[in-house]
Design a protein around this ligand. Structure first.
Ligand SMILES: Cc1ncc(COP(=O)(O)O)c(C=O)c1O
Length: 443
């Protein structure tokens, strides 16, 4: 039973009432958007600002290069004109250059498509990939992962399987993946790298394993690079200069890379992302596609079938923005990774505040090394499971989401996102964590 306290940093009665008002069975298992709404309500009622770590919103201003290009494009009249479904030629070229400069891979502009956020790229991929071969009807998630991808499956009525990768790093990954692939029902594998929420980063050895098995079993790898370049232990920021962001595309031709502009260019509001389909997959033919599309060629099915039906392309002006940002990054005049480094610096400080006050880092290791500092980190507190901890922390003005909704086996854990936390809030965070510790003595 919850102890009614008078000295929680946020008014106990207000928090309790607002949780009740939301009318969900368990607030700790609510969706990210529901949690956001609850905290908005508590903040409004109490006038107290939370340390908000529930939602992965970029905490930086949108790149001015993108904004200026978009304003110019709108002024020149693009708003009244339908964009090509597969994207502006100049954007397609810049995406292809970006793939070469930052991932060191060659891909033709034809397979480089803008999508309405990376979210649409994933939706379109799940939809199309589940229709390539009659017998392959299931996606495999290498978890923990971004919960919305699983919602997409539910909405589409598609099947998925998943496993938590923490115990299958390095050499153990091969056998685990093969145990799924051998069944013959997997069409795609999805993971994010760096990983949302754990911030695990796959090694080249692991990516090689994934790539080799993808080729062997004709499985498509959906590599979600929403946090491209943000493993700050390495400098991936120089175009055309090693080291490059590690990618499975080095080890198989069966890939789609999804690169969001939301975090790397702080361009979340305009809903534009990139989908990079390998040349080989773009030209791949399967007659099973004809059940749903007018062409048996994958690239045509994706563009003139799926994307046409979903949104008939991506907002015209946002494409000009992305083309301009990519051109600047490709030309070396705009270092997009330098801008986001602050996330890693903040994570380092915040993780220490948590661990100094009795919390543990759940995904604490990346292979043998300590986990890197980035956009997210994971926490737990002795004696609490994840949903309980979420609820309890609300009384202390701290919000996060439960790892239980990410496919993690570590259900005692929470995901904390650093982006929206202002450095000025660090003293508040420290005070609140100290109070939490004082109220919850560790046995
Ligand atoms: C792993 C991952 N993939 C995809 C997305 C969505 O990206 P977009 O905003 O481009 O739709 C996010 C956003 O948080 C994410 O964390």
């Amino acid at each position: 039973m919850k102890i009614n306290r008078t000295d929680t940093p946020i008014n106990f009665d207000v928090v309790s009432a607002k949780i009740k008002e939301l009318n969900v069975p368990c607030i700790g298992k609510a969706s990210i958007r529901e949690t956001k709404r609850l905290i908005d309500n508590i903040e409004k009622e109490t006038g107290e600002k939370f340390v908000r770590m529930e939602m992965g919103i970029p905490g930086l201003e949108a790149s001015y290069i993108g904004v200026n290009a978009e304003v110019e494009a709108l002024k020149s009249g693009v708003a009244s004109i339908y964009p090509d479904i597969d994207g502006l030629p100049s954007l397609k070229n810049e995406i292809s250059r970006f793939a070469k400069n930052f991932l060191d891979i060659d891909v033709k502009p034809s397979g480089c498509l803008p999508t309405v956020g990376s979210m649409q790229g994933a939706f379109a991929s799940f939809l199309t990939n589940s229709r390539i071969h009659k017998e392959k009807d299931t996606t495999l998630f290498i978890d923990p992962g971004f919960p919305v991808h699983k919602h997409q499956h539910k909405v589409l009525g598609l099947k998925f399987e998943s496993f938590d990768v923490y115990n299958y790093r390095g050499a153990k990954l091969r056998e685990k993946l093969e145990s799924y692939f051998q069944k013959g029902n997997i069409h795609s594998v999805l993971y994010s790298n760096p990983n949302n929420p754990s911030w695990i980063c796959f090694t080249d050895e692991e990516l090689k394993t994934i790539g080799e098995l993808a080729t062997k079993y004709n499985v498509i790898i959906l590599e979600d690079l929403a946090y491209i370049g943000m493993d700050f232990r390495h400098d991936y920021s120089q175009p055309g200069v090693a080291p490059f962001q590690p990618t499975v595309a080095k080890y198989t031709d069966n890939y789609i890379l999804m690169i969001s502009s939301s975090k790397s260019f702080s361009y979340a509001g305009q809903r534009i992302g990139m989908m990079i389909i390998s040349d080989k997959l773009f030209a791949y033919k399967s007659d099973d596609l004809l059940r749903y599309y007018s062409s048996n060629e994958y690239g045509r099915a994706m563009v003139f079938g799926t994307i046409y039906c979903l949104s008939s392309g991506t907002a015209h002006s946002a494409q000009y923005a992305l083309a301009a940002m990519l051109k600047a990054a490709n030309d070396g005049s705009y270092n997009f990774i330098k801008d986001v480094r602050d996330y890693g610096d903040k994570a380092k400080i915040m993780k220490k505040l948590f661990t100094d006050n009795g919390f543990k880092i759940v995904y604490d290791k990346d292979m043998e090394a300590p986990i890197a500092d980035g956009f997210y980190f994971t926490i737990s507190y002795p004696g609490f499971d994840g949903p309980e901890l979420i609820e309890e922390l609300l009384y202390y003005g701290i919000s996060a989401i439960s790892l239980a909704i990410t496919g993690s086996e570590r259900t005692e854990g929470l995901r904390a996102c650093v982006s929206l936390v202002n450095r000025k809030q660090f003293p508040d965070l420290e005070y609140r964590l100290k109070k939490f510790k004082e109220h919850h003595a560790i046995a």
